[in-house]
Design a protein around this ligand. Structure first.
Ligand SMILES: C[S@@+](CC[C@H](N)C(=O)[O-])C[C@H]1O[C@@H](n2cnc3c(N)ncnc32)[C@H](O)[C@@H]1O
Length: 317
């Protein structure tokens, strides 16, 4: 059995993709998605514009001397060659993940998007989503991991949440966006001090981290797989297998293609979603369980941790 499947979009999806191939229409859809998200955020108490302004104005804060460009220089790997699939427009940002605007908005955007997962959650939806993932980890991992690799760590939201669950663990966050990592590093520096080891940040591709083999107990991938074409998804799983110790685990949390919510989603919403997520069709068509097995893991356990997300956990075979 192969993990790859050619996406065979239904008629509605084909029409949607046709619309998105016309540039002015695609730009319109992206702009609409962005405005909807800002409005939604502010209506539930996530003060989007204010939060972003606070981050932007960091330069004028007396207690932190370095500015954003200096922070960027400390984290950026100047020799990194970005994979072509990453140099795309994502989430309605022309520059994709490679810019300050997406980096400063990603946190509020996550709160806005996740506010709708559970009707009663509101602004707590993002925290609940992370808690539901960690509850699945706690249930299925045989012991608490001491070394964790958080792939696609972005601005550190998944890293800090993981740290709260496993406070003793040494966590490394890896991401392709140096802008996101600069924010993660700043957040780590300015958080209240705890006894937990400080996370380490790495500017690299999750599929070629150059980290030592057999050095982690857990590789965690929170909401990165839907951003990957199938070939990259498979390469990330192979890299996870390489860096995991014997008995280690890979765990993924992402959209659940089998959720009724996607099957029943009105075409115009799907249009907006696809205008911001270039590899969604590929992700939905990937046989993830098989791909995990093929990469050298046991057949995974799948937990539906929200009405539209799944957690997939597998141990090294
Ligand atoms: C939706 S964000 C998820 C962020 C984060 N894990 C969280 O919980 O909020 C996906 C992240 O994956 C990163 N990413 C995408 N492809 C990657 C790759 N091949 N290697 C490393 N990071 C990647 C993006 O830069 C982005 O920060």
């Amino acid at each position: 059995m192969t993990a790859f499947a050619k996406p065979s979009p239904r008629l509605a999806s084909r029409i949607v993709n046709g619309i998105l191939s016309i540039k002015p229409l695609a730009a319109l859809a992206k702009n609409r998605a962005r405005n909807m998200m800002i409005q939604r955020a502010e209506s539930i108490g996530v003060y989007w514009r204010q939060e972003v302004q606070t981050l932007r104005s960091r330069q004028s804060e007396a207690e932190f001397s370095s500015d954003w460009e200096t922070e960027l220089a400390t984290i950026k790997n100047p020799n990194l060659i970005y994979p072509d699939y990453y140099l795309k427009s994502f989430h309605a940002y022309e520059e994709g993940n490679l810019g300050w605007e997406p980096a400063m908005e990603v946190e509020v955007a996550a709160h806005a998007v996740h506010a709708r997962i559970w009707a009663e959650a509101g602004a707590k939806g993002d925290a609940w989503l992370r808690q539901s993932y960690h509850a699945a980890l706690k249930e299925h991992l045989t012991s608490d991991p001491q070394t964790i690799l958080d792939v696609g760590c972005s601005v550190g939201m998944s890293t800090f949440a993981m740290q709260a669950t496993y406070p003793q663990a040494q966590i490394t966050g890896v991401d392709l966006s140096p802008y996101f990592l600069a924010i993660a590093q700043y957040r780590a520096e300015t958080r209240p001090t705890t006894d937990s080891p400080k996370p380490t940040w790495l500017h690299a591709a999750a599929e070629s981290t150059a980290l030592p083999e057999a050095s982690f107990d857990l590789v965690s991938a929170f909401l990165i797989f839907h951003e990957l074409p199938q070939t990259a998804a498979v390469a990330v799983l192979q890299e996870a297998r390489r860096v995991l110790k014997p008995g280690g685990y890979v765990a993924l949390m992402d959209m659940n293609p089998r959720s009724e919510i996607y099957a029943k989603m009105p075409p115009y919403i799907l249009t907006l979603l696809k205008s911001t997520e270039p590899y969604l069709d590929e992700y939905f068509a990937l046989n993830l369980e098989q791909a995990i097995y093929d990469a050298g893991f046991e057949f995974p356990k799948v937990v539906c941790n929200s009405p539209r997300h799944r957690t997939v956990i597998a141990q090294v075979r």
